[in-house]
Design a protein around this ligand. Structure first.
Ligand code: FAD
Length: 462
């Protein structure tokens, strides 16, 4: 009987265990349901929808070349899938496993809706290992990254990768499908996605091209990854997030490179698994601070009359007067991505220099990043804020100007803050007042911000 493959963030043909199993069991009907209500504050943001459009288009083309297609529907995923299963008489819905709480709920609802006769079959493969696979001596899942990472390295490499299914047969009749273009995932008035299109190639083939390129570059990662002007990182994050490539494919391609670059890179990829382990244990982690500060005194609070709105806007628009922060925020807005070192500096600036609750920042990144990921974004925001399960205390404050010099961000600033293009390397990190031209003055001095943050921290602990 026909088999349904429920596609979510697993938009690839190769190393896709759900697709593989379905293809062996019968004619396959791949279905993607756009279910925007389910995730509430974490419904796909604007940049994610752009990526989703191009990724679905690309996968649709690959399927099309095998005379095969994706059924697109909009609405409540469990109901829609159950009704398609009834309509075509499918015995099983195959899907890759995802750990966002709304997907776990949807899986439960789908099982109920399918009843006794039809099954939901879930497969691992979007992470190196399923959350909870490595455990502490007492058998608990890890909460802290470093021991987690050590334990993961001991059991790596991951499972062998699968190729594309050799044969896939089509059903006799296809259920109805929406047209992708009718979903209006791309912005039109104005079309702000031009920068995203220029910066990226979308889809599975592009992900593998990027990985091929990265295989030659990874040797420089250990030294280069912190230098935003050089930009020696893989930029695989959106491809991994949308499942256009699997982490096992990345691992196996690089594992024979025994250089320091690969050793460091392996630990970064493990961060991605770590974040899933955290949200698997604490499903609301990207919404609630883990550590017990008095947050009414820690953050500047609009309910207590603090006017944070203007400050938040300056940060979002890259108009803080700190060139490294503004370059990062503008890179994010233009391209849907930001260099990791700069993501940290910008996030720290929001929560410590401006004392704005990390959740405002998490939501802005969520809307603007093409790799916006419930686990990675939430875990990193709480890590920077000092509110997380594994993070320094809030009182550790990054100095953006020192970071900018240390990591040699001059050319990066020139690229994204054209007002400062003509400044010398000496002046560009912290331009003197008479050289700023139209560029804004600092919203707040570093020393003043640091003292204010430490004061708020002390108050939140007393
Ligand atoms: P590389 O340096 O080439 O790393 C390889 C891969 O490892 C990445 O593609 C990513 O999948 C994973 N990885 C690397 N660093 C981390 C990390 N710190 N945490 C989790 N996974 C990591 N990453 C996201 O994928 N989605 C997010 O929403 C996201 N939000 C972030 C928010 C903040 C405040 C910070 C500080 C970091 C965030 N990151 C997020 C992590 C990291 O910045 C990006 O994964 C990285 O910049 C992506 O670029 P790359 O692919 O070139 O990374």
């Amino acid at each position: 009987s026909p088999q349904i493959v429920w596609l979510r963030r697993d938009l690839r043909m190769a190393d896709q265990p759900a697709l593989h199993a379905a293809a062996q069991a019968g004619p396959v009907i791949p279905v993607f349901v756009l279910d925007q209500d389910r995730a509430s504050d974490h419904a796909y943001g604007g940049a994610s929808l752009v990526w989703l459009h191009y990724s679905l288009e690309s996968l649709g083309r690959s399927f099309g070349s095998r005379r095969w297609k994706i059924v697109l529907r909009k609405g409540d995923a469990p109901q829609i899938l159950a009704s398609i299963a009834d309509e075509v008489g499918a015995s099983c819905i195959h899907a890759m496993r995802h750990y966002e709480p709304w997907w776990k709920e949807a899986e439960d609802e789908l099982r109920d809706a399918l009843g006794e006769d039809r099954k939901l079959c879930l497969y691992d493969g979007n992470y190196l290992l399923p959350p909870g696979s490595v455990t502490t001596g007492s058998g608990d899942p890890y909460k802290i990254y470093t021991p987690f990472s050590k334990a993961m390295l001991e059991v790596m490499p991951p499972r062998d990768v699968l190729g594309e299914p050799e044969t896939i047969s089509s059903p006799e009749t296809w259920p109805e499908s929406d047209e992708l273009s009718d979903w209006d995932l791309l912005p039109t008035k104005p079309d702000w996605a031009g920068g995203i299109r220029d910066f990226w190639e979308f889809g599975e083939a592009a992900a593998h091209d990027r990985l091929d390129w990265w295989t030659d570059e990874v040797a420089d990662y250990d030294e280069g990854r912190n230098l935003p002007s050089k930009d020696i990182t893989s930029r695989l994050s959106p491809h991994l997030h949308w499942g256009e490539i699997s982490p096992a494919q990345v691992w196996h391609k690089l594992k024979d490179k025994r250089n320091d670059g690969w050793k460091t890179y392996a630990k970064e990829i493990i961060w991605r698994d770590y974040a899933q382990n955290v949200i698997d244990q604490f499903p609301d982690y990207p919404r609630e601070s883990y550590r017990d500060y008095d947050e009414r005194t820690l953050w500047r609070n609009p309910n207590a009359g603090h006017l944070i709105e203007e400050d938040l806007k300056c940060w979002q628009r890259g108009m803080t007067g700190y060139p490294i922060v503004d370059a990062g925020m503008r890179q994010l807005w233009q391209t849907g991505w930001m260099h990791n070192r700069v993501r940290m500096i910008c996030a720290s600036f929001l929560v410590k220099h401006l004392l704005i609750d990390w959740r405002f920042g998490e939501q802005w990144y969520w809307d603007c990043l093409v790799d916006a990921d419930y686990g990675n974004n939430g875990v990193n925001w709480q890590w920077i804020s000092g509110t997380g399960v594994d993070s320094n205390m809030f009182s550790r404050i990054m100095a953006p100007l020192t970071q900018s010099e240390k990591f040699d961000a001059a050319d990066y600033i020139r690229e994204y803050v054209p007002e400062l293009e003509g400044l010398s390397d000496d002046n560009i990190h912290d331009p003197p007042d008479d050289k700023r031209g139209d560029y804004p003055v600092k919203m707040i001095g570093h020393k003043e911000a640091r003292e204010r943050a430490l004061e708020a921290y002390r108050a939140s602990k007393s």
